[in-house]
Design a protein around this ligand. Structure first.
Ligand code: ATP
Length: 299
């Protein structure tokens, strides 16, 4: 079942065309990512989905076309700009947000869920960045939504806090919540999203799974290592998987396709060479975006 359907969305701010032509749909239970560089139109798109902005043209349908209070009861939103007052306590924020809903979720269970049970009396301003983000996720979930919209929720977090947040999002999905996630982090998109819309300059460049997007640019990969003793290019000469061998300092980079790692390691073993610091570089979502748009997403 399609939970969100966006068709030919367009939104202009004065002389700035933020969203030109955006269409995608999100299936029930998916984590669907909206990925693109800064200023691509991601936030404007999800604000239109959340009913917080009116599109100039195009249509948005959530849960079969719910509007007004019915939509609000089913939708949880965590936006980039939603900062709370420094002095508000965690439980006060939850109580405040719970008052917006007819049947709010159990607050104690929710605090446990996001790992803030021991912070219930703490002031918002005294929480770490990761804790503030987890509170904002709890606030997005307080109404017991079927769909949650989360915008740039790990921006500014350290790697551990980011990974903790990803685990939390995965658990939220396991509870049956469909998630629309805005991000410009490749790793986040690859780790969390079932499917993604790549957005550039207000337009959808492609919609696919992370693997599907990466597969579009082919299966080229590179095996890098430091040989424990000198190795001649001829060692790889007859391997159909290998297209290029490059040397830089003491390091070798063998590029090719297919089961390249196996082919290279067997050839090295046959030649009696041990590859130290061996690693395989496969194309990333960043490479896919670059191939599709000529630009890099990473900021
Ligand atoms: N309220 C506004 N008034 C005028 N221009 C705006 C407004 N909001 C966004 N824009 C502009 O519209 C374009 C798209 O912005 P939007 O925030 O939707 O992009 P984004 O992909 O979410 O970017 P970011 O990752 O930086 O948040 C940008 O050029 C932005 O400067």
């Amino acid at each position: 079942m399609k939970v969100i359907e966006v068709s030919n969305l367009r939104k202009q701010y004065r002389d700035r065309l933020a969203v030109d032509d955006v269409s995608f749909s999100v299936e029930e239970g998916e984590i669907f990512g909206v990925l693109g560089p800064n200023g691509a139109g991601k936030t404007t798109t999800v604000e239109c989905v959340a009913g917080l902005r009116a599109p100039d043209s195009g249509t948005v349908s959530v849960l079969g076309g719910l509007t007004g209070t019915a939509l609000k009861e089913c939708l949880g939103v965590q936006l980039q700009s939603s900062a709370l007052p420094e002095k508000i306590k965690v439980w006060e924020a939850l109580d405040l947000y719970a008052s917006f809903y007819r049947a709010p979720a159990d607050r104690t269970a929710l605090l446990e869920r996001v790992g803030l049970a021991d912070k219930r009396d703490a002031h918002y301003g005294r929480l770490s960045g990761g804790q503030q983000q987890r509170l904002s996720i709890a606030l997005a979930l307080i109404g017991g939504p079927r769909v949650a919209i989360l915008d740039e929720l790990t921006t500014g977090l350290d790697p551990q806090a980011r990974r903790d947040t990803w685990e939390l999002i995965e658990r939220v999905r396991e509870d049956g919540v469909t998630i629309l996630l805005v991000t410009h982090f490749m790793e986040e998109a690859e780790r969390l999203c079932d499917r993604l819309a790549l957005i550039d300059s207000g337009r959808v460049v492609a919609v696919d799974s992370p693997e599907g997007l990466i597969a579009r640019i082919g299966s080229r990969q590179t095996v890098r290592f430091r040989p424990t003793r000198p190795v001649d290019d001829a060692v790889f000469g007859d391997l159909p998987e290998v297209t290029e061998v490059r040397r830089s300092g003491g390091q070798l980079a063998v590029t090719g396709t297919g089961d390249l790692l196996l082919a290279v390691t067997v050839a090295l073993a046959t030649a009696g060479v041990t590859p130290a610091d061996l690693r395989v570089e496969r194309p990333s979502l960043d490479d896919a975006f670059l191939a599709l748009t000529g630009k890099k997403i990473s900021s």
